[in-house]
Structures are given as C-alpha cells and as structure tokens.
Design a binder for this molecule. Structure first.
Ligand SMILES: [Zn+2]
Length: 111
C-alpha cells in the first residue's frame, strides 16, 4: 500500500491531506471520505489507527464525558444520603475517588 496522504493530529480530529489535494477529517469513529461511507473504514482511518492517533484525539473528549458521569454519580450517591454538596467540593472528591473507594469513605470526604 502506498501512502499518498499525510495525517495531522489536531486536538479533536485528524486532518487528512492527500497528495491529490483532497482533504478529509477523521474523528474518533469515522473519516469524511467516500471510501469510509461505503465500506465503514478506509485507508486514512486505518493508517490513523495503526499509528495510534485515534486514541489520542478521543482521549480528552472521552475523559471529560467520563468525569461528568462520575461527578453525577457521586452527587446522586450523596443526595441519596441526604448530603448536598457544592460543585467545588464535588470536584475535589471526584479527584480522589476511584472505583475501589468505599461508599463510607465517600461520605466521609463529603463532610
Ligand atoms: Zn478516509
């Protein structure tokens, strides 16, 4: 396979610039080229995957989503224990809470 395009990693996508002057955008799940539309994958997307670039564009977005879910879960958990918490405190707790943190420890952190 000849490489006739270049990939440029941006914050939330990858720019594809082909030698024929065409430009495409790759995001975490797809490429904007026709090949991807027809086949569900393409040489651009595969090359980006092979160079481990896909994970790099998605990391930030995915993490912030996960963090939002975690914040919401912690807030709900505390709410079910009749604890209302400020956003600031919630962020502080989120940083130290892991999957293995005991519920009682979370309650302790919140007060
Ligand atoms: Zn493509």
């Amino acid at each position: 396979m000849t490489i006739d395009f270049t990939l440029t990693l941006k914050k939330h996508h990858i720019d594809v610039s082909s030698s024929s002057g065409k430009r495409y955008i790759i995001n975490s799940t797809s490429c904007s080229c026709l090949g991807f539309k027809f086949h569900g994958t393409c040489k651009h997307f595969q090359a980006a995957s092979n160079h481990d670039l896909i994970s790099k564009i998605t990391t930030k977005v995915v993490n912030s989503k996960v963090t939002d879910l975690r914040l919401e879960a912690i807030r709900k958990f505390l709410g079910s224990n009749n604890i209302t918490i400020s956003d600031q405190k919630l962020y502080e707790i989120e940083v130290v809470v892991t999957r293995d943190t005991l519920p009682s420890k979370i309650l302790e952190l919140a007060v």
